[in-house]
Design a protein around this ligand. Structure first.
Ligand code: NAD
Ligand code: IPM
Ligand code: MN
Length: 360
């Protein structure tokens, strides 16, 4: 068996186009640097669902858990599947099924040209969001009552457990400690959500007290959105719940040059001696149906995501190299139109593959 087995779900819309860049990059690194990587392409997504009703088979989930080291995912979501059942089954099947409780989303602007804020530079935007990834409003608890009548009721419960809240907050502090960061922000809405978010606030204060060298700052999420666009430089590490983390990282992508530049890792940090669980690595963006099949999607979010994956597999220097190659591509205008270039998805990807392959 290969040292690193990576399941690949290209998915829907622009997913296959950006993932092709990612897999070419991995194959090139495998051949150039001798990494023992095996890619396992999975035929899952809207096409498969529409063909035979399959979303996320149990055997595939088991094989990923038992025999893979990572999953690389493009995006899921297709206008032909109105209720997006396949997308939820696959995405939440992986996030919840593997209990990948940290959705780590760097909000890093790589070049001054991409910074949309007046009088700010790329160096002013460099923080990471730890989004809780297994509960909150995403737990899917709830239901509909008297659907389609004037009296109908629709409920989605917001689930916040002590264990779930504590472990992601602790992971954010541990990350800060390991990376020389001085400040962790927690964003909630405890002024309105006095039950669930009082728990977040209390646990944040308790866990924060265990890290006396790191400043623990609490913010309400609405104010955080304001501060992120006024002065992102005040943020180093942010921890928040599932829904707020989803929203604030699309806002953050706006400071990075758009969704085509935002990467993410869904991971489950383990203590030494515990069994490693494969992480799920995906660009933050979705399937962008209007862009699909046109060779216009920006593949750099996927390149940066592959970097995060390689770091987690034990090759952090490759993540640094890939990030530098993306920065150079932006500086040289070797990029897609959303970030000011003239290249298509394939050529922008080929630029990175050639650049990284030329590094010894
Ligand atoms: P989206 O991220 O697909 O697109 C939002 C905007 O960003 C669009 O204007 C799009 O053109 C732009 N964009 C996104 N990726 C880009 C790229 N690589 N290059 C250039 N521009 C890019 O979000 P949406 O339109 O709200 O959702 C479309 C579908 O994707 C929906 O079905 C949604 O549920 C799904 N979705 C899936 C994931 C995932 O699988 N992880 C994430 C987000 C959204
Ligand atoms: C994301 C996406 C998903 C989420 C959707 C597709 C359910 O927006 O990964 O950011 O909300 O987590
Ligand atoms: Mn999202």
């Amino acid at each position: 068996m290969s040292k690193h087995r990576i399941a690949v779900i290209a998915g829907d819309g622009i997913g296959p186009e950006v993932i092709r860049v990612g897999t070419t990059l991995l194959e090139t690194l495998r051949d150039k640097r001798g990494y023992d990587l095996e890619l396992w392409p999975l035929d899952l997504g809207a096409d498969r669902y529409l063909r035979d009703g399959t979303t996320f088979p149990r055997e595939v989930a088991d094989e990923i858990r038992d025999r893979c080291d990572a999953v690389l995912l493009g995006a899921l979501g297709d206008p032909r599947v109105a209720d997006l059942k396949h997308a939820r089954d696959i995405l939440f099947g992986l996030r919840f099924g593997l209990d990948l409780y940290c959705n780590v989303r760097p909000v890093v602007c790589l070049h001054d040209r991409l910074m949309p804020l007046k009088n700010k530079r790329a160096s002013d935007c460099n923080f990471v969001v730890f989004r809780e990834n297994t509960e909150g409003i995403y737990a899917g608890m709830g239901g509909q009552f008297k659907r389609g009548t004037p009296d109908e009721v629709a409920i989605n419960e917001d689930i916040n457990t002590r264990k779930g809240v504590e472990r992601v907050i602790r992971a954010a502090f541990e990350y800060a400690k390991a990376n020389g960061k001085k400040r962790v922000h927690m964003a909630d809405k405890s002024n309105a959500m006095q039950h669930a978010h009082e728990l977040w606030l209390r646990v944040f204060r308790e866990v924060g007290a265990e890290y006396p060298n790191i400043e623990a700052k609490h913010l309400y999420i609405d104010a955080m959105c304001l501060f992120v666009v006024q002065d992102p430089s005040q943020f180093e590490v942010v921890v928040t719940n599932n829904l707020f983390g989803d929203i604030v990282t699309d806002l953050g992508a706006g400071l990075q040059g758009g969704l085509g530049m935002a990467a993410s890792a869904n991971v489950r940090p383990v203590k030494s001696g515990e069994k490693r669980v494969p992480g799920l690595f995906e660009p933050v963006h979705g399937s962008a149906p209007p862009l699909a099949g046109k060779d216009v999607a920006n593949p750099f979010a996927t390149v940066l995501t592959v970097g995060m994956m390689l770091s987690s597999l034990g090759y952090p220097e490759e993540e640094r190299r890939l990030t530098e190659c993306v920065r150079e591509a932006i500086a040289e205008g070797a990029c897609t139109a959303d970030v000011g270039g003239k290249l298509g998805t394939r050529d922008a990807g080929a630029f990175i593959v050639e650049r990284v392959a030329s590094l010894s």
